[in-house]
Design a protein. Sequence first.
Length: 332
Amino acid sequence: MPIFAPLLLPIERRLQTGAVLFWVSALGVTTVLFFYLCTLKYLWPLIIIYLLWVLMYDTAPERGGRRSNWWRNLAVWGYFAQYFPMTLIKEEDLDPSKNYIFGYHPHGILSHGALCTFATEGLGFSKKFPGIKSRLLTLQTNFNIPIYRDFIMALGCASVSKASCEYILKSGPGNSITIVVGGAQESLAAKPGTFDLTLKKRMGFIKIALVNGASLVPTLAFGENDLYELYTAPHASKTYKVQQMMKKFLGFTMPMFHGRGVFNYEFGLLPKRRPVHIVIGKPIHVVKVEGGPTTEQIQDLQKLYIDELLRIWECYKDKFSPNRTQELQLIE
């Protein structure tokens, strides 16, 4: 039998649930809104102009998005952080005269911690790291969705393409990017109590750091994988093959998961109310390599990055992940 939420709950809890619903439903609501607007004939000229502009002229996703401090500071994001609750742990100040690449781990199912930390002020990122203007990067396909694209660009999201990364890092001191390194592949391993990271073959962000002289900042989110229950398909199964095919052709895949609902605690798309602790580690300062880095330089920097990530894990695992079922693993 499903466990239903009590009818009488403090208004704060209702607001927190509403804030999470606001984000989780954003893609669906904006899509429905767009198709509804398409039924209004007098709006067709404006819709055609908008779509032509999106498809042919708007380069904002490759140019850092259209970040709105007002949108990032909405009260809804504070309630979003309180829902879990989420906390942000800063290990060291960052020099605002430098540029940084924040590597966020693990991906989890929907990367709620990355959103709250780097795309909103729900955890007070700008106050903790004054002068650092980070943009959360995501797949270009997200910017092909009408209205939703503008929703996420206002949060400061931008494309994760190489050109986008380099444009932002060259835009002046303090301009930084956040990459959820494990991507879609890692989401298929986001089981509660585990920290399986897809990292061994992820060299692209390392190379970008060397080419642009951007310091690397490993970030580990304890609890991100605990927010949903995941069904892991065996590698030989048809389900797994379909997931891999989606990832190959679409750039993303859909893990089979469930969380909780608005009015029940057993099933739905909302994440579980479980704490998430995001630790932003010490920066690894990188010297710009002229003419392109060698394979050895990339591998050496990757080793330093992994070592720092493992240091964060060892330092905080007993405090923030006492009920883990296994230690952190690099699976690919």
